[in-house]
Design a protein around this ligand. Structure first.
Ligand SMILES: O=c1[nH]c(=O)c2nc[nH]c2[nH]1
Length: 404
């Protein structure tokens, strides 16, 4: 929640007092009350302590008690920022519509056409500005975005995110296969060169909170050569990787027919060096236990996107089983397969999914709402090493994931 900081004199602070709710590895939801929190001019939390330290803190930091914003008891509380581990910024124009087809048909009929519009800079700026503002309004302080195949438009998304102060990973989508909508694809060489240009330009801008993520769309859209080149590039540069895996039965069958020599869908990514502890794969509905073991061994994470899985009729992801396999899990809105940009909505949908799994099997250990809160906050932050500062709450060091 806060990094330990020295106490410079005379810095202007915003100070809050009230109830804090957070998650740790030992407790999925912990209520800390009452605490006092100071935020400096740059938006950094500079202290978070028990209220009995108020006097001491007001002297050290020179704030007046009358300026403390006191949260209303039982009505207001602080939580950590929500983390959306999978969202397609470019599908925002379709959000809440076009959900009458299963995944593979949905991509061709609705999704590729809307994404292809992002070569237009005006359209790009308009849509991305609205989308990022909307996610921030919904409490998403960190997001893992898919953009489109267009590099400059994706860089525009990065500058909008930076401007609006969100933390993000942003991916220029890579896809060199698309027979059913050929207007929206790249050549192999172009996809790799443009990914490198995207990473170089974004890194050069030195945005403090916005980082690139290598983004092969999914196996059916990428040649083996493209996946191999992206895998080795990501490894050599230490970059994060995002893609989709095992979302629908038809997709799993398609991948089997495309890569008959591979053991399963996970094996395809693994053989192309795309599965490691910086990888986040969306969905994973149909992953076998053997595949989950590979995820655990490699340290790869899964983004659970329950709204999308229901809306596109893809299936029900068993979070409990993945947690039993010690796989890292976060929550994703998956706009526009999911119809809501809110992680709170993803939490509600995750509750629905775990209840449905409970109806199907009487001894199923449903997720608790506290566990879902942890998925939406701490769960989604695993693997983002920018979060690995030393964290102290009320003078006590908090170790979110000691074995991570
Ligand atoms: O939910 C999804 N949305 C997408 O855009 C996509 N592309 C491949 N697989 C996908 N799944």
């Amino acid at each position: 929640m806060t990094s330990k900081a020295p106490c410079p004199q005379g810095e202007s602070l915003q100070v809050f007092k009230g109830t804090f709710i957070h998650a740790t590895h030992t407790s999925p939801m912990e209520t800390l009350t009452p605490l006092i929190l100071g935020v400096n001019r740059t938006g950094k939390i500079v202290f978070i302590e028990n209220v009995d330290k108020e006097e001491e803190l007001s002297q050290a930091w020179h704030f007046q008690k009358k300026n403390i914003r006191v949260l209303r008891e039982r009505e207001e509380f602080f939580i950590p920022g929500l983390v959306d581990t999978h969202i397609h910024a470019s599908q925002y124009p379709n959000m809440g519509t076009c959900l009458d087809l299963p995944l593979l048909e949905w991509l061709v009929r609705y999704t590729f056409p809307v994404e292809s519009k992002f070569k237009d800079p005006k359209f790009t700026e308009d849509v991305y500005t609205k989308l990022v503002k909307r996610t921030l309004r919904n409490g998403t302080t960190t997001a893992c975005y898919f953009a489109t195949i267009h590099t400059d438009s994706t860089l525009k998304l990065c500058s909008i995110i930076d401007n609006l102060g969100q933390r993000a990973f942003v991916g220029k989508v890579c896809m060199d296969l698309n027979d059913l909508f050929p207007e929206y694809k790249e050549k192999l060489c172009e996809s790799v060169v443009e990914t490198k240009r995207f990473v170089a330009e974004l890194t050069g801008r030195e945005y403090p909170l916005v980082k690139p993520i290598v983004t092969p769309r999914f196996v059916p859209s990428c040649s083996s050569e493209l996946m191999q080149q992206l895998g080795s590039y990501a490894s050599s540069e230490g970059l994060h990787i995002q893609s989709h895996i095992s979302e629908s039965r038809a997709e799993v069958e398609l991948v089997k027919s495309l890569f008959p020599e591979c053991k399963n869908y996970t094996d395809v990514y693994d053989r192309h060096s795309l599965l490691n502890d910086k990888t986040i794969m969306a969905h994973g509905v149909y992953l076998s236990n053997d595949e989950l073991k590979v995820f655990q061994k490699k340290g790869a994470a899964i983004s659970h996107c329950p709204n999308s899985n229901i809306s596109l009729g893809s299936g029900l992801f068993d979070v409990r089983n993945a947690l039993h396999h010690q796989v890292k899990i976060g929550l994703g809105t998956d706009v526009s397969g999911g119809y809501s940009p809110s992680v709170l909505n993803a939490m509600r949908a995750a509750i629905d999914v775990t209840k449905i799994l409970g109806f199907q099997s009487s001894n199923y250990e449903r997720l608790t709402y506290q566990e879902i809160f942890r998925l939406a906050t701490l769960g989604g932050s695993q693997g983002d090493d920018r979060n690995m500062v030393e964290v102290y709450v009320a003078g006590k060091k908090v170790v979110p994931f000691p074995n991570a």
